[in-house]
Design a protein around this ligand. Sequence first.
Ligand code: ZN
Length: 380
Amino acid sequence: MYELLKKDGTAKRGRLTTVHGIIETPVFMNVGTAAAIKGAVATTDLREIGTQVELSNTYHLHVRPGDKVVKKLGGLHKFMSWDRPILTDSGGFQVFSLAGLRKIKEEGVYFNSHIDGRKIFMGPEESMQIQSNLASTIAMAFDECPSSVADREYMQRSVDRTTRWLIRCKAEMERLNQISDTLNPQQLLFGINQGGVYEDIRIRHAREIGSLDLDGYAIGGLAVGESHEEMYRILDAVVPHLPQNKPTYLMGVGTPENILEAVDRGVDFFDCVYPSRNGRHGHVYTNRGKLNLFNAKYELDEHPIEEGCECPACRNYSRAYIRHLLKAKEMLGMRLCVLHNLYFYNTMMSEIRKAIEAGTYKEYKKEKIAGMREGSSGDL
Ligand SMILES: [Zn+2]
């Protein structure tokens, strides 16, 4: 179901065929945490800005409105009116970063909801059941996300537990996919590599989970405060040990430059809140660097955010108008900035795919990064 169409150096151009359609990779998944992209962006907008995969959050949807409610309403696709692929994360990251007081046991994690404080238990089986109720296209395995500064001994014990949890996730997913009232009996499962900044722990873990024949493999626990160089060093070390005939997903990354570097190292799935979060603050991406539309110099600027951009914001509106909306706190201001930023990311991924196909990825990457760095307006 995953086809490796072409390699250019170590960069991969792939295609994942799913029950909800084809995903051309490398791909950037657009993050809609609580079944909506923050910034008043609807799924009807996503069709216009080149979104291939929407990403929703298991923990958030479990807490509110509840995965059983979503199941009663026909699953996430019907609920949010989106017929293309959806990836749900496992909830692990949020349990370890958002939830209050938690206790990690072999069976799973006990914690308090960040909404109303009520006690919740989530383990591998519960995470799979929730994701099965949501009926996403791709489910993520439930893993422990240890602190990036965890010592070696803790990291090794944590990674071993994550492997045992992964085996339980796989068994539970297989069971759920055979139950008659399961909404998406063809749900896919991606495993997650952990190990912090310890190369040897990551490599051993990559080999272990690689032998489980999952539908894809993610690299978790990066982009949590380590330097970019350190992240690239880990990718250089671990990606060659993950199965080449399966998709490779770098979770939570990143800036356009991070993505260009990770693609070069063989990663083909990405997600990040940067484009929507920055857009909500009036910070917009262009091929000549990031702009801050709050700056006074845009007051009379009748140009679009980026000349030649085909996004709904640039096709119709000037920097001056969007700046006014942002200053007046009109919701439309942030919405237009988020649409432009997601379009920028999605379009960059399409350029990346074409460059790999043409065998010119290295040159493309160099030029793209140079343009964004050297052309920077100095705004941000
Ligand atoms: Zn635009």
